[in-house]
Ligand binder design. Structure first.
Ligand code: TYD
Length: 237
């Protein structure tokens, strides 16, 4: 696959969307085709599932059970990969997603306390093993990041302080276990400071991929991507 697959992760309110937008502008300015997307809700099916996940079932019905919740996030992701992410990567696009499978490991395994190995297997089954080339974990104390939220709390955001803390810890453990894929960025710093770290890393990632392709080697183990994305001749658009 010729594209580059980037995910942003972190607890709610850490600024993932802002940084994903900056990365989009940057990649466009370098001449790449870019798709920015998110989970849950990156496809029409996903939007219906997102509504259920974030705003719950009809009044009076029992809340979504933890295993059902995990399966709905996995269904959203399976559709997202099949319909949008893989086709875009095959076209050589830079795909930037606001959340991906690490969110299930952090929220459903960490937060809801389901078994991490099962959630990992479920997620990898749903995506047919597609992992990002790079994951930026924007890390911040959830009690502080939640103060930044401008909308009223949705179903996941209302899950409580302990839940959010477990989620953050699970993200940090994931990052430690896959240091080649993850970059942890202190999200308590200013937007510009966070962006400087991400831009420098992204540029280095591009350079390393270009060098690897020149040497005729595959690039990132486990990533499913084997060549550097090719900038369009016309530059930014
Ligand atoms: P969203 O509004 O997209 O959150 P944010 O803007 O902070 O990224 O809502 C997504 C919510 O769903 C968020 O609280 C995290 C949660 N979530 C999971 O619990 N598991 C998952 O696999 C994913 C993708 C998200």
């Amino acid at each position: 696959m010729a594209g580059l697959f980037i995910s942003f992760e972190g607890v709610d309110g850490v600024g993932k969307t802002t940084q994903a937008t900056r990365l989009r502008e940057h990649a466009l300015s370098l001449g790449f085709e870019v798709v920015v997307t998110r989970e849950p809700g990156g496809t029409p099916l996903g939007k219906a599932l997102r509504q259920l996940l974030l705003h719950g079932v009809p009044e009076g019905a029992a809340d979504i059970a933890p295993r059902a919740e995990a399966l709905i996030f996995a269904a959203d992701r399976a559709q997202h990969v099949a319909e949008k992410i893989r086709p875009a990567l095959e076209r050589g696009t830079v795909v930037i997603t606001d959340r991906y499978l690490d969110s299930s490991l952090a929220y459903q395994a960490g937060g809801r306390e389901l078994t991490p190995a099962e959630i990992r297997d479920l997620s990898l089954w749903a995506t047919n093993g597609l992992l990002p080339d790079r994951t930026y974990l924007l890390d911040m104390d959830p009690s502080r990041s939640h103060e930044r939220l401008t909308h009223s709390a949705d179903r996941m955001e209302s899950a409580g302080g302990d839940f959010q803390q477990r989620t953050r810890n699970a993200f940090l453990e994931l990052a430690q276990s896959e240091p080649d894929r993850f970059r942890v960025v202190d999200a308590a710093r200013t937007v510009d400071e966070v962006w400087d770290v991400i831009r420098a890393d992204f540029d280095a990632l591009l350079a390393s991929r270009t060098a690897s392709v020149d040497e005729g080697r595959s690039v990132m183990p486990g990533s499913g991507s084997f060549a550097a994305p090719v900038p369009h001749a016309g530059g930014a658009r």
